[in-house]
Write a protein that binds this ligand. Structure first.
Ligand SMILES: *Cc1c(COP(=O)(O)O)cnc(C)c1O
Length: 403
């Protein structure tokens, strides 16, 4: 890859996505579920660029959305409404109404209070809402505490006993149609066992519902399959699929897998330019033009991203790679070995395709970066670099009322 040419043509900082890698990840996961009905719903929150969503939609993927904004993105990008799911612990009335009007596949409900809101809104609209209930299986996913979601101390889902009551309520309501069961115990999971246990618990609940003549159609296993940032072991897809097949072997269910990071993380790289080096006597710093507003994972989760200095030679020494923002948490890597770099050299931050651009902001009035796709060896722009006019637009028209 000629990163110099990409930097010259598109500028830096720049997100670069390998669309062929995304497709191969999608096909590997879809292939693992072969022999059973399945829907791979891309979790848009991991990377919601419209061209990325459209790419997955063309491969047959659905969309897992956590806001009405994401539902809009999915529809604009060409995801059929019957492949769209709406998840999340706090949905506004207008979002629920929007989802029902768009007639999406189902809403994942996370509490009794939410079920009542969905029912009331469906009643107003005069048509039943298809729902699935997120069950909190009370299983420790053994991942970073900020992205772990399957324990009772977490805000997500309802316990199994409460879920059963909600299903019974839904069955008896003319405005609710219970069609699925859902769990999602966390993100960046590297162990299969917790997922397997969760699947078995939720399948047990589904079985107990059959006796009550509540016949679910979808078994939504969430997402969370981990990827390699550094040297993590990962979950084998065949074993993953067979753990789920095993849990529901006697049930006729379509598997829904809401997957984000696995599809896009290692398809993405973040390209940034060296501004200068400085040495404080205590430490060597490489200051780059990207910052925590572009890629916040190191600051937010102390996440590791491998960094390569492109075309730099010489003896390596330890350094911190930092951005220009006025925060000590503004770093991409700490204590990593890098050769000497000079003004305009390029650094590549790896595994940046998931929870990268989507978490970016205008902090320090920095323009959000451009994004490009590489497909069949051809690069193309899929998001223009933000302009200062874009940033000021929603304030400028109001400035006169202040002056
Ligand atoms: C975030 C999230 C996902 C996707 O998680 P990944 O780790 O990116 O696969 C799926 N389902 C729900 C409910 C989520 O909140």
């Amino acid at each position: 890859m000629d990163y110099r040419s990409l930097a010259d043509r598109y500028g830096t900082p720049l997100y670069i996505y390998d669309f062929d890698y995304m497709a191969s990840q999608y096909n590997a996961l879809k292939g693992a579920f072969e022999g059973k009905k399945s829907l791979i719903a891309f979790a848009l929150k991991a990377n919601s660029n419209l061209s990325v969503i459209a790419h997955f939609a063309a491969l047959g993927a659905g969309a897992d959305c956590v806001s009405f904004g994401e539902i809009k993105r999915a529809l604009i990008a060409g995801v059929p409404k019957y492949k769209i799911i709406f998840s999340g612990v706090g949905k506004r009335d207008d979002e629920i109404l929007g989802a029902l009007k768009e007639d999406i596949l189902f809403i994942n409900v996370e509490s009794e209070a939410e079920l009542m809101r969905v029912e009331a809104i469906a009643k107003e609209l005069g048509k039943p809402a298809r729902i699935s209930i997120r069950i909190n299986p009370e299983i420790d996913a053994k991942t970073h505490p900020y992205i772990s979601t399957g324990l009772r101390e977490h805000k997500f889902g309802v316990d199994q006993e409460s879920a059963k009551k909600l299903y019974i309520h839904a069955k008896n309501s003319p405005f609710l149609e219970p069609i699925g069961a859902h769990f999602h115990i966390g993100s960046q999971l590297t162990e299969l066992e917790p997922i397997k246990q969760a699947a078995q618990k939720v399948a047990e609940l589904v079985r107990s519902l059959v006796a009550l003549e509540i016949d679910l159609k979808f078994f939504d296993v969430g997402g969370g399959i981990g990827v390699v940032y550094k040297n993590e072991k990962t979950i084998d897809l065949k074993e993953y699929a067979s753990a789920i097949f095993g849990a529901i072997k006697d049930l006729d269910l379509t598997i829904v897998c809401e997957i984000g990071r696995f599809l896009v993380a290692n398809a993405g790289r973040f390209l940034t330019k060296v501004l200068y080096e400085k040495d404080t006597g205590k430490k060597r710093f490489v200051v780059v033009d990207g910052a925590m507003n572009d890629l916040i994972r190191p600051a937010l989760y102390n996440a590791y991203h491998a960094v390569e200095a492109i075309g730099c030679e010489g003896e390596t020494s330890l350094c911190d790679i930092v951005g220009p923002i006025c925060e000590s948490s503004d770093f991409f890597a700490k204590n990593v070995a890098l050769p000497p770099t000079k003004h305009n050299d390029l650094l590549l931050v790896n595994t940046a395709g998931a929870y990268g651009f989507v978490l970016s902001s205008n902090y320090n009035t920095r323009r959000r970066s451009a994004e490009i796709a590489i497909q069949n060896g051809v690069d193309r722009l899929i998001r223009e670099r933000e302009t200062y006019e874009d940033i000021f637009a929603s304030e400028l028209k109001l400035l006169e009322t202040t002056r």
